[in-house]
Design a protein around this ligand. Structure first.
Ligand SMILES: Cc1cc2nc3c(=O)[nH]c(=O)nc-3n(C[C@H](O)[C@H](O)[C@H](O)COP(=O)(O)O)c2cc1C
Length: 652
């Protein structure tokens, strides 16, 4: 019996009854093909989440107009021909008892229609900072046909069997969100000028949905409770429009906050930001409407969700990344199996980060995302003796999967604790949640019967003794020492040693060589030291070769990291090359000029990681199957390490 009674009680939105109070947020996957249909992998992905117990699925943005896709390609409901494909998705979700509310939107300024030679449109000419494109202002007479497109898309959703629709009007984003926001709507006709004028587009859309899809199709509205930007809509304005929206047919609100891209960290909140950060604005909307209010934004723990609902601050929670990380989160929570929930830390490396690199949705801690069928874990035909050398994330994941498959697995870690380099990654400010991955994986390997041996280096002799059928080398990486003259000087230290806590409190002036995310985080950490107050003295300087720092961090986390560094007085020097390290200084060249940063107490090297594999070449021919994974193969991130561990363990 679940202790989370409120979370697992049914809720009614209009005429739709949802089995529990967990909804899945719209999360763009990058899998939608050019034609706007549902690819099989997306259906499998949603089916898995419906099976995992979620109450309601709000799939990613569905465009109402083929000419205006969201980003480059998106799902669509612009033509009746798309209904059968949509129906396949809806039927797959319904088969497992979940309800469906697609997010219907005209992407407006956020469309990448310009790639096809069509200028994006908006209420006023505004710059989409994501694409760098200016949109053109819609003429008043162009608005009616777009409003009709919304209604037609809602009708098609209904014909495909959807239980409800969601309209996206949040974040001063896409067309409806732009019309609603004074930041983007500078019109002087009936669709602008005042709060009521800016509301008119949405009211027309709601009327169109009602006339084409029927009043009884429930409508959920995604809204920023507060835009939190000067000149934007504030909470009081939203409280003013919310009852009017209910009168016009809104059956529930999904409350987010902030605007894109300035307050991206509020919309896709990174690790370290408060859990459920939008709850206060959701609660404030709840005060003025009688329909259900949902809250979205880092609600990743079902116990916290229960608390939010029990306290009456919201009626339903919406989870995005948490359900990407673990499709079974609801069922596990219902069974009280909290330690088995795959933890979403908000890192966004797999979901946002990969799409920024023009790849598609994945998840650091769940590499099966979008490969649910292909990566289903099946029992091994022949159980084998598996030795995993190294208890970092890749090794732990490999051990976990191999053990589930029925192999006899031993994992050896040379240090006294599991986690490998994740133990360093979770030290910097706001990064502590990374430790949840270690805790989760450590519990799982134990539960699956993996024999864990700490303080045990795997040597060729040990391999000879143990005679495994399979050896997985996941021995991680070590810091790169760059070929800079003086890099072996007395005042030179390594970022990894600071993160490992080996050096204690440091005083004086410091230069960090390397402004990747690790170098920036080390500076962030050092600047927090009470013994080293950061002030006008510019006690910490980051020197980076590229023209920007932390380029390997996702935008929302980078935004906060850079702001913290600035607040703490950390100086950054970019496009600079370090020529040499002297006894107490660093000589750099920038723009053809040489400069010395002197009087330093420490010079910190943060120049990347290189593979550590002292094993595979020494045991050649003695073990039938040998695999090298993660940083031991090639220094990268936990994402690749876990993905490789997951893949290899399914193959053996
Ligand atoms: C990869 C990714 C894609 C997203 N795509 C959409 C989208 O298509 N439409 C939308 O309204 N929100 C989108 N969001 C925002 C989420 O719906 C949600 O508001 C946000 O992730 C915060 O919730 P969470 O902390 O539970 O993930 C996306 C978020 C992520 C991480």
């Amino acid at each position: 019996m679940t202790p989370l009674r409120k979370l697992f009680s049914p809720i009614r939105i209009g005429k739709m009854e949802v089995r529990n109070r967990i909804a899945m947020a719209p999360v763009t996957t990058g899998w939608a093909p050019a034609g706007g249909t549902f690819p099989d992998r997306m259906i499998d992905y949603f089916e898995e989440r419906a099976k995992g117990g979620v109450g309601l699925i709000m799939c990613e943005t569905v465009t109402v107009d083929e000419a205006f896709p969201y980003i480059m390609q998106s799902l669509g409901l612009w033509s009746d021909e798309l209904i059968p494909s949509f129906k396949r998705f809806v039927d797959a979700v319904h088969a497992h008892g979940a309800k469906v509310a697609p997010q219907i939107s005209h992407p407006g300024p956020e469309s990448f229609s310009f790639l096809k030679g069509i200028q994006p449109v908006g209420p006023s000419p505004v710059l989409c900072k994501l694409s760098g494109q200016m949109c053109r202002e819609l003429a008043t007479e162009e608005i009616g046909p777009i409003v009709e497109q919304y209604g037609e898309a809602a009708r098609r959703a209904r014909e495909a069997g959807c239980d409800a629709i969601e309209l996206h009007a949040a974040h001063s984003y896409m067309l409806a969100g732009s019309f609603l926001s004074p930041l983007r709507n500078r019109r002087t006709d009936a669709y602008g000028g005042t709060a009521d004028g800016r509301l008119r587009f949405l009211l027309d859309v709601l009327a169109s949905v009602e006339s084409k899809a029927g009043r009884d199709l429930p409508v959920i509205l995604r809204l920023s409770g507060d835009e939190y930007l000067p000149g934007g809509r504030d909470l009081r304005d939203t409280q003013y429009i919310a009852p009017k929206l209910v009168d016009a047919g809104v059956d529930a609100f999904e409350v987010s906050a902030g605007v894109e891209p300035e307050l991206m960290w509020r919309i896709i909140p990174p690790m370290g930001t408060p859990l459920g950060l939008n709850l206060p604005v959701a609660a404030a909307i709840k005060q003025v409407v009688s329909v259900p209010v949902m809250v979205v934004g880092r609600v990743n723990d079902p116990r916290l969700a229960e608390d939010m609902l029990r306290n009456g601050h919201a009626d339903m929670v919406v989870m995005g990344r948490a359900l990407v990380a673990d499709p079974e989160l609801p069922n596990k929570a219902a069974e009280g199996r909290f330690e088995d929930i795959v933890p979403c830390t908000g890192c966004s490396m797999g979901c946002v980060g990969e799409q920024m690199k023009l790849r598609t949705l994945t998840c650091v801690i769940n590499p099966t995302v979008g490969r649910e069928k292909e990566m289903a874990i099946v029992r091994a035909a022949k159980p084998k003796k598996v030795l995993v050398a190294g208890g970092g994330p890749g090794g732990l994941e490999a051990a976990r999967v191999a053990a589930i498959r029925g192999h006899d697995v031993t994992l050896c870690e040379k240090e006294a604790k599991l986690g490998g380099q994740l133990n360093l990654a979770c030290v910097a400010p706001m990064k502590q949640e990374i430790s949840l991955w270690i805790q989760y994986l450590a519990v799982q390997v134990k539960k699956r019967g993996v024999k864990v041996r700490l303080n045990q280096l795997v040597t060729p002799d040990l391999v000879g003794e143990m005679k495994p059928d399979v050896l997985i080398v996941s021995t991680g990486g070590r810091a790169v020492i760059p070929p800079i003259p003086g890099a072996d000087g007395a005042k030179v230290i390594h970022a990894h040693d600071i993160l490992a806590g080996k050096l204690g409190i440091m005083r004086g002036k410091v230069v960090v060589i390397g402004g990747g995310v690790v170098g920036c985080e080390v500076a962030d950490l050092l600047a927090d030291s009470a013994e080293n107050p950061m002030n006008a003295g510019n006690a910490i300087t980051i020197v980076e070769m590229l023209d920007d720092i932390a380029i390997d961090e996702v935008p929302s986390a980078k935004m906060l990291l850079v702001a913290r560094l600035r607040e703490k007085g950390v100086r950054t020097i970019t496009s600079a090359t370090v020529k040499k390290i002297t006894e107490d200084g660093v000589v750099i060249t920038r723009g053809g000029k040489e400069e010395t940063l002197g009087n330093l107490s420490h010079i910190v090297l943060s120049c990347g990681t290189k593979p550590v594999d002292d094993l595979s070449s020494k045991i050649e021919g003695t073990v039938p199957e040998v695999y090298v994974i993660g940083d031991a193969k090639e220094a990268r991130s936990a994402l690749e390490a876990i993905a490789e561990g997951a893949r290899i363990a399914r193959r053996i």
